[in-house]
Design a protein around this ligand. Structure first.
Ligand SMILES: C[S@@+](CC[C@H](N)C(=O)[O-])C[C@H]1O[C@@H](n2cnc3c(N)ncnc32)[C@H](O)[C@@H]1O
Length: 274
């Protein structure tokens, strides 16, 4: 396990994933009934963008730093940026999710890296609505689903350190869907070049899982397999209006973070019908 999210926190991929995550959580909060969120690959919860790791890559400068510096943020990004501003130290997914829980909602986090897991545990030590597990996030899909609330979201955000990660995500989605058919599943994926993403989508179609939408954001045409050219968020059982509301959010991100490079753009498409 070499991946440390501290090097990448605040990059364009984080902004894309978290802006849509905020929308999904707002959608869950439209109904009064409590919900639960399982964050299978949680990270440490907060990141210091002025710290060594973040400064070494400078990735946040083309991500959250740029969005926050924009004179007038697009209204589509306002709910997301309001949370980032409110939380101060740059928040990872567990802190963003925690900020949007109501008193009866719950967050369950899994983080396999022992040091990162301890950091996350300390962060939520006195928080009764959050539990942190030092376990494999994929294994948790079997062990911890369905939640007692029977409504909620599963966020699958692995590091994609090796090519098999796409297969693990497909298997994880099948497991999660079988155990928690009504749950919203959101899985982030990198877009370096098209071939692995096509294979990933084809494998998902073959599972027979229904009601899948992909939201993709490209900084440039995905032609160089050595670069993170874009990313996607796969959403299963998307809440009402996701397909209408996600494109303007991605459009606002493109306006705020656009590179002007050929092939930059975004798309929200249905991969499998309801
Ligand atoms: C992309 S980062 C997560 C970022 C976080 N979701 C956020 O948005 O702030 C992926 C995390 O997964 C952890 N990880 C890697 N393999 C794992 C596994 N099998 N189960 C749980 N965590 C894992 C890594 O240590 C890393 O912290």
């Amino acid at each position: 396990m070499n991946y440390r999210h501290a090097y990448h926190a605040g990059n364009f991929a984080d902004c894309m994933k978290h802006a849509l995550l905020v929308w999904l959580l707002d959608a869950l909060a439209r109904k009064e009934k409590p919900f639960s969120v399982l964050d299978t690959h949680a990270g440490i919860g907060h990141y210091d963008l002025a710290g060594d790791e973040a400064r070494r890559t400078g990735e946040a400068n083309n991500g959250i730093v740029r969005l926050l510096a924009a004179a007038a943020a697009a209204p589509e990004l306002a709910p997301y940026l309001a949370i980032i501003r409110r939380l101060g130290l740059y928040p990872g997914s567990p802190s963003i999710i925690r900020a949007l829980l109501r008193p009866d909602d719950r967050l369950v986090c899994c983080e396999l890296h022992p040091e990162d897991c301890s950091t996350l545990r300390r962060r939520f030590a006195r928080d009764k609505q959050v539990s942190v597990h030092g376990r494999d996030g994929y294994e948790a899909l079997t062990a911890l689903l369905p939640p007692a609330e029977r409504r909620g979201l599963v966020l699958i955000d692995p590091p994609y350190e090796n090519p098999e990660e796409f297969d693990r995500v497909v298997n994880g989605i099948e497991t999660a869907q079988a155990r928690f058919p009504g749950g919203i599943l959101a899985a982030w994926y990198p877009i370096k070049h098209r071939a692995p993403v096509r294979a990933f989508h084809a494998a998902l179609r073959q599972t027979g899982v229904r009601d899948i939408v992909t939201a993709e954001f490209l900084r440039r045409a995905p032609l160089d397999p050595a670069r993170l050219n874009g990313c996607g968020l796969l959403v299963i059982n998307p809440p009402w209006r996701f397909e209408t509301d996600a494109p303007p959010i991605l459009g606002a991100l493109l306006a705020g973070l656009g590179t002007g490079e050929p092939g930059a753009g975004f798309a929200v498409e249905r991969l499998a019908d309801e």
